[in-house]
Design a protein around this ligand. Structure first.
Ligand SMILES: Nc1ncnc2c1ncn2[C@@H]1O[C@H](COP(=O)(O)OP(=O)(O)OP(=O)(O)O)[C@@H](O)[C@H]1O
Ligand SMILES: [Mg+2]
Length: 434
């Protein structure tokens, strides 16, 4: 009742099972004296299992036999994971002991939790982030998703860190952080920031940064989600879930497709990636047990926002903050493109009549500003009608009003960070436009 390895190519190992082939997403173990585990990716007719070498273990060769485990990737789940840093397989990255103990369960990360029946969300609850541009244009509503979209180096990570810092500090529940395929030092910086602010006690961290193999990078978001689901469903907690960077999940899957020799689909992406993104996003949702509110960064390759993966991930978000290089070059931080930033949550029912009316007025002014800019380039500002000139000036003031200093940058640039209440943000806008 076992199989035999017939080929090894990079991270892909093929094993032939003449009878009793393993299930999809099952771990099989190599009889090489080291218990090397492989994850079954897919099985072809005739019992050929294509497996992923999850730990990039090199002690594998053709002819070795493999056994089924009848289990998937199980990670430790429970209170003992709070304050810890884990990899996609649930192993510690913080140099502390592996997570075990009576109160620790183990859960298969790829086994979908049973879907709960129709669930209607309670009255919307807005969490204050202290960042004007977010509280005004993309309100942070409990149980909803915000995407931070932008090209390289425009400030996605800094803004995410500011949100973690500002929201976690308010004591709003338990935070999860999934570091997916980004810089290694960023994981360390996040850990130190949380530690310095005594926030580790409310945070679980999962990392597979760019140094990790694509198998782990493709699993890390799923592992973190599995942990979050437990606290939502079993402990009825409200969860904040931060992922930096969701695009790297798609990218890791693509790398695997290339080594699996699968044919990509439209836009050069892995055939099932879009349904996989959808499944992950559906798991990151709220139900009658508790809520998951998420902030996900989305890298835009070559500043091309029409990239199919970028578009697809964006569709799953309730709000989109677009960061732009052009705005950053004007010295405005956070470098938000106010015209491209949007939210389906800017309704009178959710944000209230006052805020809603202000957003309509502000958006009209900002659009007018864009078209006036074109006219001014040709005829000059003095030729505008007095009304247009007044609107142009107001729009300019609004744009600078939405810039502010970040608390998480203080230790780098020595400038104290700002925190504005929603009331202060709304008032600052009213003062400009009336
Ligand atoms: N709000 C801000 N205030 C001051 N400086 C900022 C701000 N946002 C970004 N920066 C500067 O820009 C740099 C890059 O920002 P950040 O790492 O957040 O970009 P990113 O979009 O995450 O990039 P990547 O796609 O490479 O991950 C920061 O190290 C910092 O120097
Ligand atoms: Mg970043």
């Amino acid at each position: 009742m076992s199989g035999t390895i017939t080929a090894v190519k990079e991270l892909i190992v093929r094993a032939q099972f003449d009878d009793d082939p393993p299930d999809l997403n099952e771990l099989i173990v190599i009889q090489n004296g080291h218990g090397t585990q492989l994850l079954v990716d897919h099985i072809e007719s005739g019992g050929m299992a294509y497996c992923l070498n999850v730990r990039n273990d090199l002690r594998i060769s053709k002819g070795m036999s493999v056994e089924r485990t009848h289990k998937g990737i199980e990670i430790p789940i429970g209170d003992a994971t709070i304050g810890r840093v884990l990899n996609a397989l649930g192993d510690p990255l913080d140099g502390l002991e592996p997570i075990t103990g009576d109160n620790t369960q183990r859960r298969d990360i790829l086994k979908l939790p049973s879907r709960t029946s129709d669930f209607s969300m309670a009255a919307p609850e807005i969490l204050e982030t202290g960042v004007k541009v977010i509280d005004f244009f993309t309100p942070f509503v409990k149980g909803r998703k915000i995407g931070i979209v932008g090209g390289a180096g425009v400030g996605k990570t800094v803004l995410t860190m500011e949100l973690i810092n500002n929201i976690a500090r308010s004591g709003a529940g338990l935070s999860f952080f999934a570091g997916i395929g980004e810089r290694i030092r960023e994981g360390h910086e996040l850990f130190m920031t949380l530690k310095d602010n005594d926030l580790l006690k409310n945070t679980c961290m999962f990392f597979a940064q760019m140094n990790e193999n694509p198998v782990q990078r493709s699993l890390i978001g799923i592992s973190a989600t599995t942990g979050a689901e437990y606290f939502r469903d079993e402990q009825h907690k409200d969860i904040l879930f931060f992922a930096d960077n969701m695009y790297r999940y798609v990218q890791a899957r693509n790398e695997l497709t290339t080594i699996l020799d699968q044919v990509p689909n439209e836009g050069g992406y892995e055939p099932t990636i879009f349904s996989d993104v959808k499944i992950l996003q559906d798991r990151l949702s709220s139900n009658e047990n508790g809520s998951i509110t998420s902030v996900q960064t989305i890298y835009v390759p070559a500043d091309d926002i029409s990239d199919p993966a970028v578009q697809f991930i964006q569709h799953e978000m309730d709000s989109i903050i677009v960061l732009s290089r052009k705005v950053a070059e004007q010295g405005l931080r956070p470098a938000v493109d106010l015209n491209l930033t949007s939210s389906s949550l800017l309704t009178p029912e959710i944000v209230g009549e006052r805020h809603y009316v202000l957003t309509v007025q502000v958006q009209a002014l900002l659009q007018k500003y864009e078209s006036l800019k074109g006219i001014i380039a040709i005829i000059g500002e003095n030729e505008l009608s007095p009304a247009d000139r007044a609107d142009y000036a107001k729009a300019k003031k609004l744009i600078t009003n939405f810039a502010q200093n970040m608390n998480v940058m203080t230790k780098h640039n020595g400038i104290p960070g700002d925190f504005f209440s929603r009331e202060e943000t709304l008032r600052s806008v009213e003062e400009i436009i009336v």
